[in-house]
Design a binder for this molecule. Structure first.
Ligand code: NAP
Ligand code: ZN
Length: 355
């Protein structure tokens, strides 16, 4: 069994309990491990889905759960075989902390599709038993293969969300050929959606935001959208029928996908990154009439995550964040459920250190 130390964290004891202060064990770094003192951790809607066991059919939550997979911090200690990091370096961790490294997906740099991929929280912990614990804590220990470099020019509170919201939107848009001359839709202006707008704009596309929140219109334009559609207004939707090359759907709750399929042109693609708990019905006609595609995407590989971070460094892209102390995390969850976030909560982990 590995030697361990204790670190402060916030955990939930059940699907109906609030997150509360606790202490958790972390392994002492093994030869290839990096120990990171966490400075900021973003709050992803996936944290809420999993704390409340909303994905029980796909990945049931094991309690207690310590969520958090948008982690930036400083390296505090490294194992003797670590070559890429040294104490004092800025470092980041996203949604994954391990994979088998040998399967075709890993060899292709797509660790997110490895059958033995280990998520940052609520995945089997092969070192300590039980499940992995995420970034709502003061420190984390991760194999250096899954540690990323943060460009030093970026503000750290806004860089943390790049580790999930950033890569989850960057990857499908790169894969989907979002470039200059393309008409691209982004559905849902939340944490993922607002990053999608920034990237699509940076890639040179014509960007249209679909929102249920009229109050977000001005922000959408400021973030880089060329047009905004209030998705509950059928007339506004109809004006864009059959016109999109690519639409990224980042909605966390049940909604009508058929309304977006009919906005795609011939061979257009609707890619889902949002992960509502319940299945969403699809009309075959929305797909067959113009050879449209419906697809999904899951975060991105480690090399692509580094590419995205470097792109953000070059273009000075970070998330728009509301920085909160960890003591406000339960309130932040309630606000996420009301689509009331501009546009990502980022937890200042100094607040946990002093608790
Ligand atoms: P978020 O910040 O809460 O944003 C979700 C947005 O969806 C809201 O701001 C809102 O935008 C819209 N929305 C919410 N309820 C809606 C409803 N009933 N009908 C229509 N629109 C609604 O969430 P997030 O952190 O960006 O995450 C979004 C989803 O992506 C979650 O399901 C999350 O689990 C998933 N996710 C997937 C991956 C992946 O790898 N595929 C990675 C991370 C997260 P408007 O106010 O603009 O309408
Ligand atoms: Zn996430």
């Amino acid at each position: 069994m590995n030697a361990t130390y204790k670190t402060k964290a916030y955990s939930a004891a059940s699907a109906t309990s609030p997150l509360a202060f606790t202490a958790i064990p972390r392994r002492e770094p093994t030869p290839h491990d990096v120990r990171i003192e966490i400075l900021f951790c973003g709050i992803c809607h996936s944290d809420v889905h999993q704390v409340r066991n909303e994905w029980s059919g796909v990945m049931p939550t094991v309690y207690p759960i310590v969520p958090g997979h948008e982690i930036v911090g400083r390296v505090a200690k490294v194992g003797p075989a670590v070559t890429k990091y040294k104490p004092g370096d800025l470092a980041a961790v996203g949604c994954m902390v391990d994979s088998d490294g040998a399967c075709p997906q890993c060899r292709a740099g797509q660790e997110q599709f490895c059958p033995n991929m280990i998520l940052t929280f609520n995945s089997p912990d092969k070192h300590l038993g039980g499940v992995t614990y995420g970034g709502y804590s003061n420190s984390i220990v991760v194999d250096e293969r899954f540690v990323l470099r943060v460009p030093s020019s970026l503000k750290l509170a806004g860089a943390a969300p790049l580790l999930c919201a950033g890569i989850t939107t960057y990857s499908p848009m790169r894969h989907g050929g979002v470039t200059q001359g393309k008409k691209v839709g982004v559905v849902g202006l939340g944490g993922l959606g607002h990053m999608a707008v920034k990237f699509a704009h940076a890639f040179g596309a014509h960007v249209v935001v679909f929102t249920t929140s009229p109050a977000k219109q001005e922000d959408a334009l400021r973030l880089g959208a060329d047009e905004v559609v209030i998705s509950r207004d059928a007339n506004q939707m109809q004006k864009h029928a059959g016109s999109f090359d690519f639409i990224l759907d980042a909605v966390s709750a049940e909604h009508d996908l058929n309304a977006y399929l009919q906005l795609l042109g011939c061979d257009g693609t609707l890619t889902l990154v949002g992960a509502p708990a319940k299945p969403l019905p699809i009309s075959a006609f929305g797909l067959i009439t113009r050879r449209r595609s419906l697809s999904g995407s899951c975060i991105g590989g480690i090399a692509e995550t580094q590419e995205m971070l470097d792109f953000c460094g070059q273009h000075n892209i970070t998330a728009d964040v509301e920085v909160i102390p960890i003591q406000k995390v339960n309130e932040a969850y309630e606000r996420l459920l009301k689509s009331d976030v501009k546009y990502r909560f980022s937890i200042d982990m100094a607040s946990l250190k002093s608790q």
